[in-house]
Design a protein around this ligand. Structure first.
Ligand SMILES: O=C(O)c1cc(=O)[nH]c(=O)n1[C@@H]1O[C@H](COP(=O)(O)O)[C@@H](O)[C@H]1O
Length: 233
């Protein structure tokens, strides 16, 4: 049965064992999983096989950002390993994103390809330090339109920008939003955050949740509480 949940749980762990221990407490019918830089760098593709074998759809979050040929090859390699979704940095530009998309199309690979706009850990002051004087919302809009024009399936953004992007880029354009924090959870290093229900109402198509579930004493209870919040929204 295809999974209908918008939830993607971030498996940010330092070992394959720890990641699989958490995966074994989760249900592939109720969430997808995200494998990021730390886990993949430690475990390699083995983690993808292990999660696919358990029935999970996987978002490989390596945020590729390099010259077009290199990124196209990396995205193709990810897709050939059967991942559901893969991402690049929109800041790599149109030619980079088009090269990645074209490589997937040429190979008949149906992995969703999305681009990170402005990281949810960044606020206006962080952007100013790297020479971007636009507000986070303005910069996200610019990068999201570039991503859409490059033919990608959607973006990673904060839920705070989802509503504006729904107007600009449409409902079908994916808005994958990390920085999700239930009302009682600590923001930690995240800056542009939103609750699960507010994020869904704002137009997020997928919610990325890490520590609020994986660091909870009872992860399945934390997941169920988020599901209940979403069902009531
Ligand atoms: O691409 C991502 O997934 C991502 C983009 C972004 O802008 N912000 C962001 O937090 N993420 C990822 O989303 C997850 C958020 O985890 P928590 O902050 O623990 O919920 C982490 O795995 C981040 O790497």
């Amino acid at each position: 049965m295809p999974i209908t949940s918008p939830l993607i749980i971030a498996l940010d762990y330092a070992s394959l064992d720890a990641a699989l221990c958490m995966a074994d407490r989760l249900d592939p019918q109720r969430c997808r999983l995200k494998v990021g830089k730390e886990l993949f760098t430690r475990s390699g593709p083995e983690v993808l096989d292990a999660l696919h074998g358990r029935g999970f759809e996987v978002f490989l979050d390596l945020k590729f950002h390099d010259i077009p040929n290199t990124v196209a090859g990396a995205v193709e390699a990810a897709a050939q390993q059967g991942v559901w979704m893969v991402n690049v940095h929109a800041g790599g530009g149109r030619r980079m994103m088009e090269a990645a998309r074209e490589r997937l199309e040429a190979g008949g690979l149906d992995t969703r390809l999305i681009a990170v706009t402005v990281l949810t850990s960044m606020a206006a002051a962080d952007l100013a330090e790297v020479g971007i004087t636009a507000s986070p919302a303005e910069h996200v809009e610019r990068l999201a339109q570039l991503t859409r024009d490059s033919g990608l399936h959607g973006v990673v953004c904060s839920a705070q920008e989802a509503e504006r992007l729904r107007t600009l880029c449409g409902d079908a354009f994916l808005k994958v939003t990390p920085g999700i924090r239930p009302a009682s959870a600590a923001a930690g290093d995240q800056r542009r955050v939103m609750t699960p229900a507010a994020a869904l109402a704002a137009g997020s198509t997928h919610l990325v949740v890490g520590r609020p579930v994986t660091q909870a004493e009872e992860p399945m209870q934390a997941l169920a509480a988020i599901e209940a919040e979403l069902a009531g929204s």
